[in-house]
Ligand binder design. Structure first.
Ligand SMILES: Nc1ncnc2c1ncn2[C@@H]1O[C@H](COP(=O)(O)OP(=O)(O)OP(=O)(O)O)[C@@H](O)[C@H]1O
Length: 318
């Protein structure tokens, strides 16, 4: 994330925030009885790389569609570069790679990408875009002859056909193999380093962890977590503590749940598993309580467990 280091003139000690790129204000969108997006407040700032996570049906694609002006909110407002989404798109400020919408099939890859470069107000040369997306070798193939992963790369080329300030990607690496995925994120990191703002929805939590500097978690249309990957892990109870108990005295699990930092606890036979937000304090309290843990292990939670804990899909201490 790029952060201005110079304080704005006249406000000593205060650091200027990067410019607002997008803002949702109390946005709701329903489909019949389903509240796909429910009261969303969110601001994206220049230079951020933001991952949008959530289980199936959480409202991620709908939120991206609203951001791009492909759907209108029932209530609330969406602002993009201080204007309407439509205007921002017309000005070439946004490039998008969406899941839905077929590609033109009867054309060759190069023709399709050239068209995108031509219509973009600040389009790049077609060969450069083909090269960056890693599709120079398939440029003369017809679009309907491509594999799923190749088709994704073509979509990516269309999203980066010009000098857009914001790049929006809905599950961009679906159908890509491991090496294509790595190449893709290498390219996106270069885009981020050039100062672009990137918003991507994904189900691959390792992508969010390694690529994003901000993670948003949606659940049932609501934003339920917003922070760095480390914040999200910490919020879910950052550490797992596992140890074996002496058979005697056998502690009361309800009493153990009151120890500092404990967010979840399971006792299986003599093995106690604890989820804790403050492992140091929890372990110290365990000793103070007169317990002598054997085979003590303290490990970090990954983003996956944090995500499952936050979305309430998993409540155990495992
Ligand atoms: N066109 C539509 N008509 C009716 N319901 C819809 C429509 N689009 C989405 N929904 C519903 O809105 C909710 C949110 O869907 P959305 O596609 O935004 O979620 P998502 O987080 O992108 O899911 P996924 O991870 O499965 O792609 C779901 O309950 C979905 O069934």
């Amino acid at each position: 994330m790029s952060i201005a280091t110079q304080p704005p003139r006249g406000v000593p000690g205060q650091v200027a925030e990067p410019a607002e790129v997008a803002a949702f204000a109390a946005v709701t969108r329903t489909y019949g009885q389903v509240r796909a997006v429910d009261g969303l407040d969110l601001t994206l700032r220049a230079g951020e790389t933001v991952a949008l996570l959530g289980p199936n049906g959480a409202g991620k694609s709908t939120a991206l569609d609203l951001l791009l002006g492909l759907r209108n909110p029932d209530s609330g407002s969406v602002r993009l570069f201080g204007s309407t989404p439509r205007q921002a798109l017309a000005d070439g400020l946004v490039g998008a790679m969406l899941q839905s919408g077929g590609l033109m099939t009867e054309v060759k890859v190069r023709e399709l990408v050239r068209f995108a470069c031509d219509v973009h107000p600040r389009g790049y040369p077609v060969d450069q875009v083909l090269e960056t997306a890693g599709i120079t070798d398939i440029a003369d193939r017809k679009v309907d002859r491509l594999s799923g992963g190749q088709e994704q790369r073509v979509r990516f080329a269309l999203a980066t056909a010009g000098a857009s300030e914001l790049i929006v990607l809905d599950e961009p690496t679906v159908a890509m193999d491991v090496s294509a995925r790595q190449a893709f994120w290498g390219t996106m990191r270069a885009q981020a380093a050039a100062g672009r703002t990137i918003l991507f929805a994904t189900h691959y939590l390792e992508e969010a962890d390694s690529v994003a500097d901000r993670v948003l978690v949606m659940h049932r249309g609501r934003l339920i977590a917003d922070g760095t990957p480390a914040d999200i892990k910490a919020r879910a109870g950052a550490r797992r503590i596992v140890f074996d108990l002496d058979p005697d005295p056998h502690p009361d699990p309800d009493q153990l749940r009151t120890l500092p930092g404990v967010t979840a606890l399971e006792l299986h036979g003599r093995t106690l598993r604890i989820r804790s937000t403050d492992a140091d304090a929890t372990v110290a309290a365990i000793y103070r309580a007169g317990l002598y843990p054997h085979h003590l292990e303290v490990t970090s939670l990954g983003l996956e467990q944090a995500f499952l804990a936050i979305t309430g899909t998993e409540e155990s201490a495992r």
